[in-house]
Design a protein around this ligand. Sequence first.
Ligand code: ATP
Ligand code: BTN
Length: 232
Amino acid sequence: MFKYMVWLERLDSTQTHLKKKNYPHGTVVVADFQSAGRGRLGRVWESQEGGLYFSFLMKDIHGKDISPLPLVLGYSLVKSLRYFGLNTSIKWPNDVYASGKKLCGILVERVKKGLVVGIGVNVNQREFPREVEDKAVSIRLLKGVEVSRKLVLLKLLENIYGDILKFQTGGFGAFKSSVEELLLFKGQEVVVLSEKPVAGLLLGIDDYGRLLLRTPNGVREVISGEVSLRLR
Ligand code: ATP
Ligand code: BTN
């Protein structure tokens, strides 16, 4: 894994680029700037210079439910960011937060050849576009110093590699308690927005990475998908 790397100055999206090209498994594509960075559900991922934007192609994990994979990757990110002195949390199902703001986003998409995983980390940005200025934060803004994006990438790939192997062999069970400890909004009243919003107390997650909410009608499991989590 991660045997090949393509680092470009500018792309529409590393995710889209990897899907179009015929790169071998394990190829990592990085861009200094993305003109059409995207998040889940067709949302925009602001990708100005200073951030780290990368995607990689991996073989599908046959026989394993991949819906908890963003949580596994979130855990790899949190561990890697500790190296840079940051205390971060996992916002179910696919983001990493610090000081109440979003620092990283994770996107996992299925393609014919396997899975395309995309990760955006706000590293050295000093400001953000108006659309996200209230909710986004970078390492630079948190720590007051610039850090090398190359070093951040290397730390991340190291942890991601180990955690994907562990997920392949042990499944999500091997991560459940670590991820649960890092969950943002745990013990707080939240609402999961979707066609049918569900409100309740965030209890944790189950062995499949589903969110557990205590509602007036009992404990509800919420699967990731077309949903967004908010504080109530
Ligand atoms: P959120 O609660 O942050 O809106 P979500 O889970 O509802 O997240 P996602 O699809 O995970 O939505 O993330 C996409 C959202 O992230 C965008 O709609 C935008 O609000 C925000 N965003 C876009 N670019 C950045 C960035 N560089 N840093 C932080 N947040 C960003
Ligand atoms: C989200 O929070 O919804 C996921 C954001 C994922 C952003 C990364 S940046 C690298 C890769 N290329 C993209 O266009 N998106 C992902």
